[in-house]
Design a protein around this ligand. Sequence first.
Ligand code: NAI
Length: 327
Amino acid sequence: STTPVTVTVTGAAGQIGYALLFRIASGQLLGPDTPVRLRLLEIPQAVKAAEGTAMELDDCAFPLLSGIDITDDANAAFDGANVALLVGARPRTKGMERGDLLEANGGIFAPQGRAINAGAADDIRVLVVGNPANTNALIAQAAAPDVPAERFTAMTRLDHNRALAQLSKKLSVPLTEIKKMTIWGNHSATQYPDLFHAEVNGKSAAEQVEESWLRDEFIPTVAKRGAAIIEARGASSAASAANAAIDHVYDWVNGTAEGDWTSAAIPSDGSYGVPEGIISSFPVTSRNGRWEIVQGLDIDAFSREKIDASVAELVEEREAVKALGLL
Ligand code: NAI
């Protein structure tokens, strides 16, 4: 199609924004036939930096980039938006309690949800990257009652890709031979990367690794990878986070491969005992622009306990946000 798709990116002047915008403008978010119009939302102090990034975007002369608007006004940013990548968030600072963190993010994601409700296009699709991503997505969704709930998602694709990378290294197999990886639950240290349904060369991944590696190395390495990146790089994951956001939206719009699935945090329909409405990571496929939870997987006692623990954390976050009047 030749009509540009409007893509709104919040936190555009941040590190993920810098790694993300050029890939969107080059066509990697939606595909090589779709022109893009970018809308960058920032806080007033960072608008100038976003303008600098926009100058560089101009200087790339991307044929698919049909325009860039920069604003500190959420209503302007989401007006007519088809895709919204909510990256900007309030980070946890020293001594901050979870309640304070959720409240501060409520102050960002509730107004953004209202602006999406008021002005976004009918086909709006929202991916929340900014942490705590699952609960921020829930806050934005609650503020947008006229938008179908399923359009609000949160990112666990980075965790999914990290799990693929760890398994590929462990078994010395190409990534292309690994299928059906799953991240369950919250994008936090309680997440559960599941090898019992993953397949390598068509055979169970769990059966090809030692149980101790799965339990004591694989799961914690994936779950704590974000902290390991900060420790090594002196800054949090940025290019890999941007890459995962690209993967999530690309698959949502263009569909997942036949015979495989991916991971995304989407509103639960009650599948696998996850309370309805919680935005939790599941094994998902995408068809015709909609995510569907993969059904019928057997969940053994080990996996059940891990999924339940992460979902319990999400339920607690939902309760905390409810208590703040945000839902
Ligand atoms: P950053 O601090 O470099 O950039 C954040 C940007 O957001 C800043 O430019 C800031 O001015 C902007 N911002 C803050 N409040 C805003 C608002 N109300 N409206 C618009 N913009 C606003 O942070 P970075 O590294 O880009 O990370 C962004 C978020 O992504 C963080 O919350 C981080 O924890 C999260 N993250 C999530 C991952 C995931 O897998 N779900 C992976 C990596 C990071």
